[in-house]
Design a protein. Structure first.
Lengths: 687, 398
């Protein structure tokens, strides 16, 4: 098995003298020949080279063998770009076996083996280090993790067995299961050492020198490596607890996470052949699973498509933005002001109807800056700069006259917004770009009476603005390429992932969610018990259940979007009486994470309840139908953009691939719309 | 405001193994070399709180690129010293590190600071001699100097012309002896303790460790006699009786005697006096003779008081000129007992501290010696000399 486009990470062997040792040491440098922006990965070609290098090194009978990386990078894992080419189970098994076999050479070598983890080490890269007998770690290593479970895989080159036996099952469960599911959380070097993943931590300035001298002192016996004894008594209990926690969160939706815990349980008696074999089998199964294929597709969307948005005009058309105006000083406007100041580092002016509101907005910005400083997320230097950049005034003419970009975040009503733009257009230059943060109004309608409608664009952020990575950029009927290019350039500067969206009701994310969850409220209307409706989607493993999300967003907001959609597409978007009741009653939906009994009572009365399976079936069918219609309408360029919006806007899991790979692999797409969203093999197993 | 001059002591010195230009450090930045030296000094002297380092002076002759940007300050930051530690760059060509030492010593002596790091770096592979220079045309137009004055090898040939008794045979023999003494010092483990191992990548990208000087070689008078004389047809100066083109860095720790005592820093030697003197640029190798006279005079000593000599071997001819002048035999065991730049190399601005570090080690081995000197010739016609007193002197002899 070879990967056709593998960027082979070479294992460069060199024998070198180290003070204090009679014999030279063998150092293997992992280096794919590119700088740190293209990190080392490990595919079949890389493994074969590493195998040869280890053999040659051992043949030289060195004092010790060490593996390190190119500057800033150790190795960031298996080359997952090759996985779509793995079409047979036997090929997956071959890659599994090869990794185990090559890495085992480091574990069982007749001389001491060391990993000098000089930089980022993830997945199969970190597993390589785990097979070495000792590890040093650079305090500058930027990323340390076993992210496999988040993709729909498990650490399959020994990690599931070696890590728990090195650091214990509690730490291993955190690194292997918990962190990948927390937005792929990385370990800081100090944490990694505290967990016991590395034996010594050295500053980056002389990391390799210190590592080599430390290794020599281990070899000569001057340094004794102390590792805490692994507590095996609580092992089963820890795994049980982890299973319970996982189940609460994902309801069994991630086969990889479940499998990872099974493997941790197996590691209880040490690193055994049985455990390693089970790991190989499990990884082989998962490589041949739709979940992993969707995971790899999702990874590619987030890593690549999000960075090069489909349909964005040539970047060179973009205008520089050296001053930003924000109309409004409410919570959304204040968040926007802070974001623009923080990322663009240009003056940002907020305005509102009266000084009191302006002051409140500015106070919010100042408080947020202070919070960031207190948390250590913002340097005092940058904070001081931000404080001077954000100003406020009630005098729009004075504030906005020289702004290149004005965004509004005023009340969500077409008339109000049109009035705002009419006023702003009198103040700003004819070239200034105007952006609306509307979540559901027609941007084209909003610009209809502008003198220069070509400079109006939709800029739909998600709440909280500072955290959510998605930005839907809406091209209205008249929006020209310069405006659009500027919008995309700004989005990138704001560090948001931008998706180009046609001016259609509720754009992408809100439209899909409204349709999808509309089926949940519809089921409640019919009399489905609240808890049945609320848990019907559990098998998908979405980050939040419907009522939880509704509580977070606010029923009034959701109902408002719902009505907008109902007006646009009355056949598919019904007004739910249950939703109306929830808004009117204003009751908390959840109390101590349980459904509020008062709400249960409030919504009782429907006579034709559905089962959970029926609810889910209807919701997924609605979803497939709506997405197909959106694609037909040209709302986005491709179903991949829908998936990207769901992953980034809603945190939908990688193993669903956003959603269309899931709708494809479960047959829902074909059943409901008569066709798949993507051919087999793109985000699912090959046909 | 009257005040006393304070004693300045040399605590510790280190250097990188010296490489050949284009050799082991071809893929290594110059600033990284000196940063490693600074970190090694801090690691070797853990009783020194880093915030007590009040100055970092780093010399480089070609202050461009990775040897530019006020290297003393930037290297200090990159070495992990506190931001409160200031630093600066020094250039006096070959005597850069020596001048870094005497300059911070001046600050210590007058009480401005207590503890300082001084050192130098020259990556002659990345920054060949003369890179980016733009000599004023007046030099030649007004005959301020002869054009040979800017080519160091030619000044060495000029010195031969002035001192015909220094023959090529003598300089070759001196060069050979330097190699032999260095080899013996390595074999006896004299040089290794103060070498800072440097992680280096080869041209293929593979990491290794540089632990020994790259330049020393085995040779013979016969082989030396066959070498080319690149600076003059049928000349005398060859690669065998001169230092090569090298990459390397040095650093040392200096303190006031009081601060050293307060912090428990070991004292290796005490600064007695120093002197820098200009000579005709065309015979720059003559420089150490008057600079030594000056330093001796300031110290109230004579050459007979000096028990150990660490003389930079830019060219054998200039060392021999010095020895002849002071009536010292060319194989005197007090002179460069562990060899010199002809063998280990001469990364220009770094060498001064190498001389001091070695003198400090030799002092420890020779408690009967009270005074030693470090001296070197300097481009554009200068000499520099620093006289040191052995902290281990047992008062029995001189």
């Amino acid at each position: 098995m070879t990967f056709p486009a593998e960027v082979v990470t070479q294992a460069k062997l060199r024998l070198t003298a180290v003070p204090g040792l009679d014999k030279p040491a063998a150092i293997i440098t992992l280096d794919n020949g590119f700088d740190h922006t293209k990190p080392n990965t490990m595919g079949p070609g890389g493994l074969a080279g590493l195998s040869t290098a280890i053999d040659e090194a051992l043949a030289a009978e060195p004092a010790f063998l060490a593996v390190t990386g190119k500057p800033y990078i150790f190795c960031v894992g298996a080359d997952i770009t090759g996985i779509p080419f793995v079409t047979e189970r036997s090929q997956a098994a071959e890659i599994e076996a090869l990794g185990h076999q090559v890495y085992a050479k480091l574990r069982t070598a007749p001389v001491p083996t060391f990993a000098f983890v000089n930089g980022a080490a993830m997945g199969g890269g970190l597993e390589l280090a785990l097979h070495c007998q000792y590890r040093t770690l650079s305090a500058g290593a930027a990323a340390l993790s076993l992210p496999e479970v988040g993709l729909g895989l498990i650490p399959g080159w020994g990690g599931s067995q070696l890590l728990p036996n090195l650091i214990g099952v509690v730490g291993a469960a955190q690194v292997i299961v918990q962190n990948p599911l927390m937005m792929n959380k990385q370990l800081r070097p100090k944490q990694a050492v505290e967990l016991g993943i590395a034996d010594a931590l050295f500053e980056p300035a002389d990391f390799l020198e210190r590592s080599l001298l430390w290794a020599a002192s281990v070899v000569t016996g001057q340094t004794t490596v102390q590792r805490p004894e692994i507590d095996r008594d609580m092992w089963d209990a820890v795994v049980y607890f982890a299973r319970t926690e996982l189940d609460k969160k994902l309801h069994g939706a991630s086969p990889a996470a479940t499998k990872a815990l099974d493997l941790l349980a197996l590691a209880k008696d040490g690193v055994t052949e049985a455990g390693l074999t089970a790991e190989r089998e499990a990884a082989t199964d998962l490589i041949m699973s739709d979940e992993l294929r969707a995971g790899i597709y999702s990874f590619d969307l987030v890593q690549r498509r999000a960075k090069r948005p489909a349909g964005a005009p040539d970047r060179s058309l973009a205008r520089d933005v050296s001053k930003v105006g924000v109309v409004g000083a409410g919570l959304m406007a204040s968040q926007l002001a802070l974001l623009f100041a923080r990322r663009l580092e240009v003056p940002v002016v907020i305005t509102d109807l009266d000084q009191e509101r302006v002051d409140k907005g500015l106070a919010y910005v100042q408080a947020e800056i202070a919070k960031s400083v207190a948390k250590g997320r913002l340097s005092e230097l940058k904070a001081a700069k931000l404080r001077t950049l954000v100003t406020g005034t009630v005098d729009k003419a004075a504030g906005f006259a020289d702004a290149d970009f004005v965004i509004e975040a005023v009340f969500e009503e077409l008339g109000v917004k049109k009035k705002v733009w009419a006023e702003i257009e009198e103040i700003v230059s004819p070239e200034a770009i105007l952006a609306t943060n509307t979540s559901s109004l027609s941007v084209s309608a909003m610009g209809a009476e502008l003198k220069h409608p070509e400079r109006l664009v939709g800029f739909h952020f998600f709440n909280p603005v500072a955290v959510m990575p998605l930005l839907e950029i809406i091209r209205a009927e008249h929006t020209n390429d310069v405006t659009l290019a500027t919008a995309f350039a700004l989005g990138k500067q704001l560090k948001k992932s931008c998706v180009l969206v046609k001016d259609a009701p509720a754009f992408v994310f809100n439209r899909i969610l409204t349709r999808f969850f509309g089926e949940i409220y519809n089921a409640i209307d019919l009399g489905t018990p609240l808890d049945v409706a609320n848990t019907a989607l559990d098998p998908l493993g979405l980050p939040m259940r419907p009522l939880e999300l509704l509580q977070l967003v606010g029923p009034a907001v959701a109902a408002h979007v719902g009505k907008t959609m109902h007006v646009a597409y009355p056949d598919r978007f019904k007004v739910s009486p249950s939703m109306e009741k929830i808004v009117t009653a204003g009751l908390p939906l959840l109390v101590d994470d349980e459904i509020n009994p008062a709400v249960v009572e409030l919504l009782a009365g429907g006579q034709t309840p559905l089962t959970a399976d029926e609810v889910r079936e209807r919701a997924l069918a609605a979803l497939a139908e709506e997405i197909r219609i959106m694609l037909d309408e040209g709302v986005v360029a491709d179903s991949a953009d829908i998936d990207l919006c769901l992953i980034l806007g809603g945190g939908w899991p990688f193993w669903l691939g956003g959603i269309t790979p899931y709708l494809d692999r479960t047959g829902v797409a074909e059943k409901v719309t008569g066709r798949r969203f993507a051919p087999a093999g793109v985000a699912t197993l090959p046909a | 405001m009257p005040r006393n001059v304070r004693d300045v002591v040399f605590v510790d010195g280190v250097r990188t193994p010296f490489g050949k230009a284009g050799g082991v450090y071809a893929q290594t930045r110059a600033d990284d070399l000196v940063i490693r030296c600074i970190r090694e000094l801090l690691a070797r002297n853990p009783q020194l709180p880093p915030e007590r380092v009040e100055e970092v002076a780093v010399a480089a002759t070609t202050q461009i690129g990775d040897q530019g940007l006020t290297l003393g300050r930037t290297a200090s930051l990159l070495a992990g010293l506190p931001k409160t530690t200031p630093g600066y760059s020094i250039d006096r060509m070959c005597a850069g590190a020596m001048t870094a030492v005497t300059t911070v010593a001046g600050s210590i002596a007058m009480g401005a600071i207590d503890v300082a790091i001084a050192g130098g770096v020259e990556h002659m592979g990345r920054h060949p001699m003369g890179e980016g220079v733009d000599p004023n045309p007046r030099f030649l137009a007004e005959k301020v100097v002869d054009q040979s004055a800017l080519v160091m090898g030619s000044t060495a040939e000029n010195l031969h012309d002035r001192l015909p008794e220094i023959t090529k045979e003598r300089t070759d023999r001196f060069g050979l002896r330097s190699q032999e003494k260095t080899a013996a010092a390595y074999a006896a483990g004299k040089l290794q303790p103060d070498l800072v191992p440097i992680a280096v990548r080869d041209e293929n990208g593979a990491w290794g460790l540089s632990t020994v000087d790259e330049a020393p070689r085995q040779t013979s008078l016969e082989k030396l006699a066959t070498l080319k004389t690149p600076f003059r047809p049928h000349g005398r100066v060859t690669a065998g009786n001169a230092a090569g083109l090298n990459d390397g860095a040095t650093a040392c720790l200096l303190a006031s005697a009081e601060a050293a005592e307060e912090l428990g820093l070991p004292v290796a030697m005490k600064l007695v006096s120093f002197g820098f003197v200009g000579v005709e640029p065309e015979v720059m190798g003559y420089g150490p003779i008057p600079s030594t006279e000056k330093a001796l005079k300031v110290a109230g000593l004579t050459i007979d008081d000096i028990g150990l000599f660490e003389l930079n071997e830019a060219f054998a001819v200039q060392v021999l000129a010095f020895l002849d002048h002071y009536g010292i035999k060319e194989d005197d065991p007090r002179v460069n007992p562990w060899g010199g730049s002809i063998a280990v190399g001469h990364p220009l601005a770094s060498s001064g501290v190498r001389l001091m570090t070695q003198l400090a080690r030799q002092f420890a081995e020779h408690p009967e010696v009270r005074y030693g000197i470090t001296a070197m010739c300097i481009g554009i016609g200068m000499g520099g000399t620093v006289i040191w007193e052995n902290a281990h002197w047992n008062g029995e002899s001189k």
